[in-house]
Design a protein around this ligand. Structure first.
Ligand code: PRP
Ligand code: URA
Length: 206
């Protein structure tokens, strides 16, 4: 079951990114703000551990993140969420998986991969604004899961129910956090009502 966010400030920004007349700079800034909400929610799934510290007043037990976090934005559009996640998780390392969906077959094609060390102490958070058919997220997960990290999270801005189901069926151990879940996919594999092509709107391509 995916975690879906509901705050009104987040919904206000989702409305902004859905609107086709929103200019690129405004779109990009709104995606970043939405990323902050999603990042904060995602950290609820991070493993924590207790440590003993000294405040200026006394010794106490406090919580820190257990292990190392690796953020994996799926190129290109995942880059739109990266800075927000780094604001919330400044010590995270960053790995890249480049995928481009073939718009005829809807199958993702891998073109780049560069990952930092990932082991049983690592939590990996995969970032991709759009979870449509789920093909790209599953392709990213097929790269990460063999490395056997402690935990894997998937973070998206807008998901289709079909994409959430596809990822949950194939990777039941992965926690999915999304800004919102839309109605369905259209005949071209686009999320509706959606926001169009996230990469094109972030980077000014068509
Ligand atoms: C978009 C989006 C996801 C993918 C989602 O990327 O950013 O990665 O499509 O679709 P899926 O769930 O059906 O796989 P795209 O392939 O257009 O590449 P881009 O980020 O370079 O624009
Ligand atoms: N990729 C996008 O950018 N948007 C969609 O709606 C589906 C895939």
């Amino acid at each position: 079951m995916a975690t879906v966010l509901a705050g009104t400030a987040l919904l206000n920004d989702i409305t902004l990114v859905r609107t086709s007349s929103t200019p690129m700079a405004i779109f990009r800034a709104a995606v970043r703000r939405i990323g902050l909400h999603i990042a904060a929610e995602t950290t609820k799934y991070l493993p924590g551990r207790d440590v003993t510290i000294s405040t200026p007043l006394e010794s106490t037990t406090a919580t820190v993140i257990d292990g190392h976090v690796v953020l994996v934005p799926v190129l290109r559009a995942g880059l739109g969420l990266l800075d927000a996640f780094l604001d919330i998780l400044p010590d995270a390392s960053v790995g890249y998986v480049g995928l481009k969906r073939n718009e005829e077959t809807l199958e993702p094609q891998a073109y780049y991969q560069n990952l930092p060390p990932i082991d049983a102490t690592t939590t990996v958070i995969i970032l991709d604004p759009m979870l449509a058919t789920g093909g790209s997220m599953k392709a990213a997960l097929s790269v990460i899961t063999p490395l056997q990290p402690k935990k894997i999270l998937a973070a998206s801005l807008i998901a289709a129910p079909e994409g959430v189901s596809a990822v949950e069926s194939a990777y039941p151990g992965v926690s999915i956090v999304v800004g919102t879940v839309d109605r369905c996919l259209n005949d071209h594999g686009y999320i509706v009502p959606g926001l169009g092509d996230a990469g094109d709107r972030l980077f000014g391509t068509t």
